[in-house]
Design a protein around this ligand. Structure first.
Ligand code: ADP
Ligand code: ASP
Ligand code: MG
Length: 411
């Protein structure tokens, strides 16, 4: 019998009424003959509230207790959906991460799934039961402690469970009807894509399109899980297919640029008057790497006087304060004049597999942004994407400009 994993995000399970609607989507697939495992998020806003409480209790809280608290949102929705399914005559049972078990690393707050034993879910199928699994959570086997997978982690729970039970498909239901050329909330002219290649989706997700968690795309790509993004707000009796995330070869009409993503989760650090000599980059980035701080864009200005230079780079906002403190601590070894930081920046990226075979794509963007008076603070490029760092105030203008420039606006 064909197997299906259906994942419902926070807005899709935001109230008991919405959970009833989700139950109708699930019933449709059960009636069509699928064995179904459902993965649910917490009600929208719930995880933020729980995180807020933990931070209120202590800024320097124990990460293991953070997980104990923030995993609770999904416990509630999994139980409620099982009840709503039973209520409409669909046998169902809820499962917490530790009950499956979904085994993870011990990196509390952003744990990685290491192994999932799908046998309890499959045993349930033989009893005609739908498994309703709490997303976002797992267990660290050695300590027995509850873990969570990082924000947006239910997507990853769903795709990993699909791999574990050899599902034929994984449907990610959310509040938009697919993956768009950019965030449809920012650009009303964004177009829904019928298909997106795994590699492009991976870049879009890591560059800020939060419609899927990055790790979920990695897992889907490695295990070749046929994954759709679709809307839970469609009529359960008349569902739309949504967007298929698939291999590059399965995309017939390839655009040069497929999508524009943006991330406000960036902070810029500039070190002024750094000694211009061999080893300086190692002196700056070594301590950051040792402290697990990822550096993204890097610019070193050519020095005028051959003595000092300026070094600019970005880190994620969450690491900003730590990075600054660390650099100040190593000021003597690095030998810089002054440290300047900015958090009012945004990284805008264009992504497309077609960039591999077309030159000059990024150059067109630099000109279009300049024509709008937008100053570019930093640039990075790679095979299928380029990114620019600009002032946050220009986010919408820049995204819309690039979206039109590459012919992505809907007619
Ligand atoms: P869920 O709670 O269902 O997991 P999320 O809020 O995590 O939903 O993700 C869905 C949101 O992602 C959409 O409401 C949309 O605003 C945003 N988004 C950002 N970029 C894109 C994109 N390229 N295509 C579709 N949605 C996007
Ligand atoms: N509830 C978690 C979050 O808000 C996980 C998820 O929704 O995917 O991050
Ligand atoms: Mg999400």
């Amino acid at each position: 019998m064909a197997r299906l994993v259906m994942k419902f995000g926070g807005t899709s399970v935001a109230s008991v009424e919405r959970i009833r609607n989700v139950a109708r989507h699930v019933k449709r697939e059960v009636d069509a003959g699928f064995e179904v495992a459902v993965v649910v998020s917490a009600m929208s806003g719930k995880t933020n509230e729980l995180v807020g409480w933990v931070e209120d209790a202590s800024k320097l809280h124990d990460k293991r207790e953070y997980d104990a608290v923030v995993a609770s949102g999904e416990q509630v929705t999994s139980g409620l959906l099982a009840i709503a399914l039973q209520e409409i005559g669909v046998p169902a049972r809820s499962w917490q991460g530790w009950q499956i078990p979904v085994e993870t690393s011990d990196a509390h707050g952003s744990a990685r799934i290491e192994n999932i034993d799908g046998s309890r879910i499959v045993e349930g199928f033989s009893r005609k039961e739908v498994a309703v699994v709490a997303g976002f959570q797992g267990v660290h086997a050695a300590s027995g402690r509850i873990t969570t997978l990082g924000r947006g982690g239910s997507d990853t729970s769903a795709v990993a469970i699909a791999a574990a039970i050899h599902a034929d498909r994984c449907d990610i239901y959310t509040d938009v009807d697919g993956v768009y050329t950019t965030d449809p909330r920012i650009v009303p002219k964004a177009r829904r894509l019928d298909r997106v290649a795994f590699e492009e989706m991976l870049e879009m997700a890591s560059l800020g399109a939060k419609v899927l968690q990055v790790r979920s795309v990695e897992v889907a790509m490695v295990h070749k899980i046929k994954t759709f993004v679709r809307s839970s707000f469609d009529d359960p009796a008349d569902p739309k297919p949504g967007t298929l995330i698939c291999d590059e070869e399965d995309i017939l009409e390839q655009q040069v640029v497929t999508g524009i993503a943006f991330s406000k989760d960036e902070a810029q650090i500039t070190l002024r008057r750094v000694a211009d000599k061999p080893g300086v980059a190692a002196a700056i980035f070594g301590p950051l790497a040792d402290a697990n701080i990822n550096v993204d864009m890097i610019i070193q200005v050519v020095s005028d006087d051959q003595k000092t230079t300026d070094m600019t780079f970005t880190v994620v906002t969450a690491d900003f304060e730590r990075a600054k403190a660390l650099l100040e601590k190593h000021k003597a070894e690095i030998a810089f004049g002054e440290l300047q930081g900015a958090t009012d920046v945004v990284k805008i990226s264009a992504i497309g597999i077609g960039m591999r075979s077309h030159a000059g794509i990024a150059a067109r963007a630099f000109k279009a942004l300049a024509d709008k008076g937008i100053n570019i603070r930093a640039i990075t490029t790679s095979e299928i994407k380029f990114s620019v760092l600009i002032d946050k105030d220009y986010t919408e203008l820049a995204v819309r400009t690039l979206h039109s420039l590459y012919g992505l606006d809907k007619a």
